[in-house]
Unconditional design. Structure first.
Length: 342
């Protein structure tokens, strides 16, 4: 790469070089130098998203992202991985600032057939609506909602039988519409911008004007929350998988950089098991999220893939040449008077 920056007091063979009058010698020489040293400011306007800090270099820029974002311009949300073993995020939501659970979206990747995706409920000590909640969950492999309110009591509906437990990323979007006549809500859900479904007469969280704090639980309920009206039909399993891009009522939630967030047994990133080299030597790992197989690398065989397959055959080398086996190949040592690959 060429030099980017400023030069002064250039001497060659003890002779000073005047860069103002120097001209390129040939096509491979750089263009004329510009007088002065005006460092190009590449951070105006700001090139970094989501409150990333832009740092200018001579002819480019870099971004220092917050804990919740990554990529060169801080545009990609960091993925959170949940182990399924008491792993969750508990996010406090001031209702008057947000509204609550009227719309949102979340990306998930899992092979778990049962587990909480999102659980939104009032603080248990809040006197007016402490037992109200609404949940999106995976129940026996299907996407389901469960809810409770004083008006409707406990209800649960299968939203979609679309397979979202195949280990691939899926985007779930929802909106809630309040029906003033029935004092309940209609919940509309869209999966991967394709599969849509709606359920009516679902309660939960209709005290939206209350001056309190609600809590959003991601991937499971916390060990210290006491939602006493949870029905047996409501999944209380912790979800094992990966979650990112949690957006609630138009705001992206900061899962790693918000000091008010409670976390348990989560980590950044979504691990592909082959990335940790689970297979012995001479074995190739194939697969993806939470599933992998170990197959003998090309040229090896046997139960532990330790046998180097002999690639030499009687026809490998001509004119009495000697075949020397390699890994998925062979070479020929030619006799006197002969040459060539075989």
């Amino acid at each position: 790469n060429g030099f980017g920056g400023c030069v002064r007091l250039l001497y060659i063979n003890e002779a000073p070089i005047n860069l103002d009058t120097n001209v390129p010698y040939g096509l491979m020489d750089p263009p004329f130098a510009t007088p002065g040293c005006p460092r190009e400011e590449n951070c105006h306007p700001d090139r970094c998203n989501n409150n990333g800090v832009c740092m200018s270099t001579w002819d480019d820029f870099s971004c220092r992202c917050s804990a919740d974002f990554t990529s060169p311009d801080c545009s990609e949300a960091v993925v959170a991985s949940f182990s399924g073993n008491m792993s969750y995020i508990r996010y406090p939501v001031p209702v008057r600032a947000f509204g609550f659970f009227e719309s949102g979206s979340i990306r998930i990747r899992t092979r778990d057939d049962n587990g909480v995706i999102l659980h939104a409920g009032w603080q248990d000590t809040y006197p007016l609506s402490s037992h109200e909640y609404i949940t999106l969950e995976i129940f026996q492999g299907s996407l389901r909602t469960a809810a409770y309110s004083a008006n409707t009591g406990p209800v649960s509906f299968i939203i979609s039988n679309v397979n979202i437990t195949d280990g691939e990323w899926h985007n779930i979007q929802w909106t809630r519409t309040h029906n003033l006549n029935s004092m309940s809500y209609e919940l509309s859900v869209l999966i991967d911008d394709t599969f849509g479904s709606s359920v009516s007469n679902i309660g939960g969280l209709n005290e939206l004007a209350a001056n309190g704090t609600a809590y959003l639980h991601i991937a499971g309920l916390t060990e210290f929350d006491n939602f006493t009206t949870l029905e047996e039909s409501h999944s209380q399993d912790y979800l094992r998988g990966c979650i990112s891009d949690v957006i609630l009522d138009g705001r992206q939630l900061m899962l790693f950089s918000d000091d008010n967030v409670v976390q348990s047994n989560i980590r950044r990133g979504c691990l592909n098991l082959c990335d940790i080299n689970p297979c012995p030597p001479n074995i190739t790992c194939t697969g993806g999220f939470e599933i992998f197989t170990c197959e003998c690398s090309t040229g090896f065989a046997g139960d532990d893939c330790s046998v180097n397959i002999d690639d030499c055959t009687p026809e490998s080398c001509y004119n009495n040449g000697t075949c020397v086996d390699g890994v998925n190949t062979f070479t020929c040592v030619c006799g006197n008077g002969f040459t060539g690959g075989q």
